[in-house]
Ligand binder design. Structure first.
Ligand code: SAM
Length: 204
């Protein structure tokens, strides 16, 4: 795999995030709490990342002019908050999520906030991927189904400048290999790694 790691400086947690991002996160947290309390069906693979930390990383990336363009894709977007944060910073942002109910929730939150992120239901794994991935271990928390959802979105993987994902522990490599196989050189993969914070890589 050909990735260059870009070290995000320590202290991201203490960065002041933009007021509009703060408002968006508050509204999203309220909505997610309502959804979690009301929903009878547990969506096992859905957990949310640290939105503040991810926004701080997006601001750092923006301030340092690290992106080749302004198209962003959240891979496994859940409630879609990171795609919405990117859209509120002026990016053309989409989220791809396999659970229809989460796509509906994300779309209706975006609508209610006047946010331009758009959400698509399907698998972010393009057709023709799995046989090429050579995974040494099983991924349990990502659906490894192949799909044509990028066609519906009107953008191929190699047209995005930034990908965001929150992989379950040990499953980061799956996202790296999908991005490595399909994304454009120069594009970036930002991942939230739980206790290990944010990781930023550029495909070279
Ligand atoms: C750990 S959650 C992260 C949600 C969101 N990105 C965040 O950080 O708050 C991972 C999400 O990926 C979705 N997912 C798993 N496999 C997928 C696939 N192949 N295509 C699209 N979504 C997938 C799950 O349904 C889940 O909502």
């Amino acid at each position: 795999m050909a990735f260059e790691e870009i070290k995000i400086p320590d202290g991201l947690k203490s960065v002041d995030i933009l007021p509009e991002a703060e408002e968006l996160i508050d509204a999203a947290n309220d909505s997610i709490e309502r959804f979690m309390l009301a929903d009878q069906k547990v969506i096992e693979n859905f957990v949310t990342c640290d939105f503040h930390l991810t926004q701080a990383a997006l601001q750092w990336i923006h301030e340092n002019h690290l992106l080749t363009g302004d198209r962003m894709c959240e891979l496994g977007s859940g409630y879609g908050v990171v795609a919405m944060l990117a859209a509120s910073m002026g990016m053309t942002a989409i989220g791809i999520e396999i659970e229809q109910i989460l796509v509906d929730e994300a779309s209706s939150l975006a609508d209610s906030l006047g946010n331009e992120a758009t959400f698509y239901c399907g698998s972010f794994v393009p057709r023709g991927t799995i046989d090429q991935l050579h995974l040494e271990q099983d991924v349990r928390n990502v659906t490894v189904e192949e799909d044509d959802v990028y066609r519906e979105a009107g953008l191929a993987m190699d047209e995005f400048d930034l990908f965001f994902a929150f992989p379950w522990p040990g499953e980061q490599v799956f996202f790296e290999r999908v991005v490595d196989q399909w994304a454009a050189s120069g594009s970036m993969l930002l991942t939230y790694r739980g206790r290990d914070g944010m990781q930023l890589q550029r495909k070279i």
